[in-house]
Design a protein around this ligand. Sequence first.
Ligand code: ADP
Length: 492
Amino acid sequence: MYIVQIASECAPVIKAGGLGDVVYGLSRELEIRGNCVELILPKYDCMRYDHVWGLHEAYLNLWVPWFGAAIHCTVYCGWVHGRVCFFIEPHSEDNFFNRGCYYGCDDDDMRFAFFSKAALEFLHQSNKRPDIIHCHDWQTGLIPVMLYEIYKYHGMDTQRVCYTIHNFKHQGIGGVKTLWATGLNREAYYFQEDKLRDDYNPFALNYMKGGIVYSNAVTTVSPNHALEAQYTDVGCGLGHTLYLHKDKFSGILNGIDYDFWNPEIDRYIPYNYNQDDFEQKLYNKKALRERLLLQAADKPIIAYIGRLDNQKGVHLVHHAIYHALNKGAQFVLLGSATEAGINAHFRHEKQFLNSNPDVHLELGFNEELSHLIYAGADMIVVPSNYEPCGLTQMIGLKYGTVPIVRGVGGLVNTVFDRDYDQNLPPEKRNGYVFYQSDNQALESAMNRAIDLWYQAPEKFQQLAIQGMNYDYSWNNPGTEYLNIYEWIKYKW
Ligand code: ADP
């Protein structure tokens, strides 16, 4: 099949979170299985150009209709660790992608409406006719809308769209301006309840809702989150729309790229290891301590890696640090916050704990260091308020780092409690799960993990190895996505 992925991120060249990892990992898997895969991305000024090989101008004269006029764009082509990527660079005063950041601008709705329009224009003008267009998150929600309302009538009538939602919280809210800009001219029509009108603000257009309504198949990133999104508040108001479209909606667990996240071949860690020479992990622990100036002591290291925001349960992250210290463990945090208040809080925390030899808080984004932490820590804590899939627990498992997670979203599909999971035999269990979002629940799970580490180290090691035996690669998700592509290609 000929598949085009259109997204606002692709790791490692453009990565703000898990979306980038998924877009890269899925594309790679699909290509390994003999499909032709291409990616279309914005050309941001701040992306990691050192991860693009052979970047060159591929399409010089892309004129993208915008507000009745047109914006001139150049499309670049380059290889990101083997994947063919097209990067769209608009030349206009708006400077859509030259902002020194990927997201967080006041006109994000217009920036990504433009990107969606430009991506479709690029396919159209360059005569690319993929079997499947796979779009991701709110940034590309307008693509199926424009495909079926405009481009279908310009020779793009055999393309089918799979739309994957990675996070329901950010839905892309625009207004009538979006319609004027993109050439979706019938205001009254698009503002209908069964089209793009936001369910809670009758004057707003919801891009993600448009993506759900117009795509041939809609997925989210774990089976449990697919249920939560339809029936609980984590659907952030889209539950009803999902329910109406439930026949084409499903959850597919993300994979992780074992070429990149694999302690056996990881280039960023000093000692490679696998289940058979697990003791090598101890040397990585030592290296981690040296790197972060933690004292050498006979203590477990608990880690947190991830964004610091409300989704991730920052109140529990904060508590986990102090509880770990109370229980005689060490704590390493690698995280970045975009919200000023949370950022200030953790900066203050870092200062306060500065002289404590058992804790290190690293505030910022550091890919290389994250690998050493996964390899050197004994446990990784993921206390999210909600978690569509979650990659850090799966990476932790691969590195023999026992996850302690809250039982929400994809965490339920990937971590199985050592003491209480009734559905699996003990030799298949791989971590610790708690359910309530309060300190006591977190403490009880941390206590069980820390106590096992101290009291029965061989059993703790066994648990870590059981986690390493799980296959959370792209193997299974790759098959599931291909099944969906086949289904929409031949059914519609
Ligand atoms: P998100 O909600 O951010 O997508 P995921 O768990 O799905 O969360 O994915 C997080 C990804 O980003 C993982 O690959 C994790 O290692 C990485 N990551 C998150 N924060 C940082 C950071 N501060 N430094 C390095 N890597 C990070």
